[in-house]
Design a protein around this ligand. Structure first.
Ligand SMILES: [Zn+2]
Ligand SMILES: [Zn+2]
Length: 278
């Protein structure tokens, strides 16, 4: 049998174009996109728009349209297109063609991803396996960034003081960016002194990011990163078993769909027991 080398790492790859380790990583990234990455990105990209229209009772605060929407939407469709082209390379039907005449599977991303996960050995044998895998690494890292961190200075929220000020009958939305380690900042528009944890909590509530899909450990990490409160996976399990997460539901063995209000309530409780530092 001809011995090929892995297009990604150079190790022996048998009769495929990628080695077993790289194929395993490829599958792991696909599974992560399916269960966590894309659902989270979808929430950021699309859910806010509908939540805004349906919650007039929250007043103007609920209308704080976060400036992440367009970038998230563009990334969301870039990932879907990539998956459709990957399906097209395997000849998964129904097939259409994009404007460069490349075959493209006409299914939505979740269906294709499930299907691809069942055909990893076929994917690894494609001549283009190395390029497809490299593209998927790049895309999954972008999704990870878009759904968790946003570089050095991240969007914390919008200035609550500006939001209470009407300019031309519209509340003024000033995005507040800050370094991850910062605790306070000054609004560039109105000069208000802002406690970033409060800005963040208010933003998460009003932005309509009501659910995130994560494992228990990752949900705890999400709470730590977004609130600065040191919540552990065990805290979340305790909180849940006490019936205090009514809107959080289990998706499979590892993943849960967490309601953000449930997570924030747990963080608040934890912070109060630790000495009231929220
Ligand atoms: Zn490899
Ligand atoms: Zn302001």
């Amino acid at each position: 049998m001809e011995q090929r080398t892995c297009a990604a790492c150079g190790k022996a790859a048998g009769d495929a174009n990628l080695c077993k380790e790289c194929v395993k990583d490829w599958a792991k990234r696909l599974a992560w996109l399916l269960k966590a990455g894309m659902p989270a990105l979808q929430q950021i990209a699309y859910k806010q728009a509908t939540t805004r229209e349906r919650s007039p009772r929250h007043g103007n605060r609920a209308y704080a349209a976060p400036p992440v929407n367009e970038a998230a939407q563009a990334l969301y469709s870039a990932v879907e297109t990539h998956l459709q082209l990957t399906g097209g390379m395997l000849g998964v039907k129904p097939i259409g063609h994009d404007r460069y005449d490349r075959p493209r599977t006409l299914m939505q991303w979740a269906d294709i991803t499930r299907l691809l996960l069942h055909h990893m050995p076929d994917l690894a044998r494609l001549d283009t396996a190395g390029d497809l895998y490299a593209d998927l690494i790049r895309l999954s890292e972008k999704v990870e960034t878009a759904t968790t961190h946003a570089g050095e200075r991240r969007l914390v929220g919008v200035c609550p003081n500006c939001l209470n000020t009407k300019g031309d009958d519209e509340p003024i939305r000033t995005p507040i960016y800050a370094a991850r380690s910062a605790r306070y900042t000054v609004c560039p528009e109105c000069g208000a002194w802002l406690d970033l944890k409060r800005v963040r909590l208010e933003y998460l509530r009003s932005a309509g990011l009501m659910h995130i899909t994560r494992t228990q450990a990752d949900a705890a990490r999400w709470v730590r990163e977004n609130t600065g409160v040191s919540v552990t996976g065990k805290d979340l399990a305790n909180w849940r078993s006490r019936g205090k997460m009514p809107s959080t539901r289990r998706i499979d063995r590892h993943y849960w769909e967490w309601n953000i209000m449930d997570l924030l309530a747990c963080a608040q409780d934890r912070a109060e027991r630790d000495g009231g530092d929220v």
